[in-house]
Design a protein around this ligand. Structure first.
Ligand code: HEC
Length: 483
């Protein structure tokens, strides 16, 4: 869309103009909370309190206004103005204003007939019937002493030959404590040795799998995230006899909780013609030796040349507790073109994610990938594991630091830019004209419906109105295709 049109819209209908009167829970607040919060804030999930009814939400009204206004909730670490990812969960200015107006108005309940009802939260697999299920050998008991626990479980495979998969889905056994998980692959037998050396079920390892993080990273899970489900012909291959590694992060709990997590394995229906590889930017790509002096904020800049046309699928920056921000992008040889990849302005180790681009993202041969990370090794960093601050080096331990950007990619093929990697619903709902591409025609339809307040056809974010939030959503999807 023409930027001037956007500015006009923001200026004419910007936040604050609309929706100040009669904000009620059932009509205005429930759709926001159900779409953005209830996936985690319902019984049995990781959110500490449920938000499913008027009473539950109203009891926390002021707190909700506060945690959303500071961007603490919903948890979404990438800057949504820099780049977009599948499953993006951020509140628009209008939604924030609605929550705030509702609290200011005394949290009126309104008419329960207009409550949209809780979304359908699938129990079990979110993407269908798995072909195999890998399970922890037995339930793991996480102690009730309010400690965090990072435990790696080794799940052997016994499939004949190399196995082509389109998705691995982590199915946590106990949502009360399963905070996040990372997946790895081991063909060296090292993980089994570490497991045997540790009397507990699995073995403890904070940052990764306790060895050679370079070749083993295979994906991650956080509450509410959909598994990466590769398009036909694209996928990953698990070598015969490999062990799948599952590192569970268990959050603090006041009572002992047991967990038996499973991994659903979905085989590729079609042969994999394009195997996904993980390019890794690590400490060897940095402009300076990776050492963090105490009482100092240090920044590092890594570069990685792109030696063939490639299409990126997923990206995951990784560091530990002292790291505070990430910026990853690609530049053309003459620096005229910059492709923004991910910005994480406030890194939070506990919400590190594995982010999937909405469509395959081409980076031409000759470009350079850049990764910039900042580490605050001062006493002012509340997450600093050392008090007072110490010299910190590269390593796997809690008080060590890391610098990795994992980038999943395939060699580029014509038309990759059009291949959508997420569930296509979001894109397709913005394809108002039904011509399979989000473009000018859709922008015009949305403008025609602008200001609509009931049964709106162009209400992309389901908040019962067509506002500037829908315009921004459409802009975010602009140019994407929907099959
Ligand atoms: C991806 C899961 C997830 C989503 C989505 C989510 N929360 Fe949370 N929420 C949590 C977890 C986990 C905690 C516990 C604190 C932590 O681990 O950061 C929490 C804590 C909270 C707290 C208590 C904060 C505190 O310091 O005790 C409030 C209030 C809250 N969330 C509100 C919301 C609201 C409002 C939304 C939607 C706009 C939302 N959350 C979306 C997972 C989530």
């Amino acid at each position: 869309m023409d930027r001037r049109v956007l500015f006009f819209l923001v200026w004419t209908f910007g936040p604050g103009e609309a929706l100040t009167q009669d904000v009620t829970f059932h009509t205005d607040v429930a759709p926001i909370v159900y779409n953005h919060c209830t996936s985690c804030h319902r019984p049995g999930e990781i959110g500490p309190m449920p938000f499913t009814t008027y009473a539950e939400v109203a009891a926390y009204g002021e707190f909700i206004e506060y945690v959303t206004s500071i961007g603490y909730m919903p948890p979404w670490s990438p800057d949504a103005e820099y780049s977009h990812f599948v499953g993006e969960n951020v509140l628009s200015e209008v939604e924030l204003q609605t929550l705030s107006d509702w609290v200011s108005a005394g949290k009126p309940e309104g008419d329960s007939a207009s409550n949209p009802g809780l979304p359908d939260f699938p129990s079990g697999s979110q993407i269908g019937e798995p072909d195999h299920v890998l399970s922890m050998p037995e339930a793991y008991l996480h102690s009730g002493d309010m400690s965090e626990q990072y435990q790696v479980f080794v799940l052997p495979t016994d499939w004949d030959g190399a196995t082509s998969i389109r998705a691995l889905e982590v199915q946590p056994g106990n949502h009360n404590v399963a905070h996040h998980a990372i997946l790895g692959l081991d063909i060296s037998g090292t993980a089994v040795q570490l497991d045997n050396a540790d009397p507990a079920l699995g073995y403890e390892s904070f940052g990764g799998f306790g060895f050679n993080a370079e070749s083993s990273f295979f994906g991650a899970w956080v509450p509410g995230a959909l598994p990466v489900n590769y398009p036909p012909g694209i996928g990953r291959v698990i070598p015969e006899g490999a062990d799948v590694l599952l590192q569970m992060h268990y959050g603090p709990s006041a009572i002992p909780e047991s967990d038996l997590t499973e991994i659903n394995v979905f085989l590729s229906e079609e042969p994999i013609e394009r195997e996904v590889f993980t390019a890794i930017m690590g400490p060897q790509h940095l402009d300076a030796p990776f050492v963090l002096p105490p009482n100092q904020v240090s920044s590092f800049h890594g570069t990685l040349p792109v030696t063939a046309d490639v299409s990126l699928l997923n990206i995951a920056p990784h560091c530990h507790l002292i790291g505070t921000s990430w910026l990853v992008y690609a530049t053309s040889p003459n620096n005229q073109d910059t492709v923004p990849l991910i910005s994480i302005p406030a890194w939070d180790f506990n919400w590190q994610g594995y982010f999937t681009f909405p469509t395959m993202t081409k980076i031409p041969q000759g470009y350079t990938l850049h990764g910039e990370a900042t580490y605050d090794n001062t006493a002012a960093n509340p997450f600093n594991p050392n008090d007072p601050p110490q010299w910190v080096y590269f390593g796997e331990e809690t008080a060590d630091e890391m610098f990795f950007v994992f980038i999943d990619l395939v060699l580029y093929e014509e038309g990759d830019e059009e291949i959508s990697l997420g569930p296509s619903e979001a894109t397709c709902s913005a394809d108002l004209s039904g011509d399979a591409i989000v473009g000018v025609a859709d922008a015009l339809i949305l403008l025609g419906d602008f200001g609509c307040e009931a049964a709106c056809s162009a209400d992309l974010n389901d908040d019962q109105a067509v506002t500037v939030a829908d315009v921004l959503l459409l802009l975010g999807l602009y140019g994407s295709t929907c099959e």
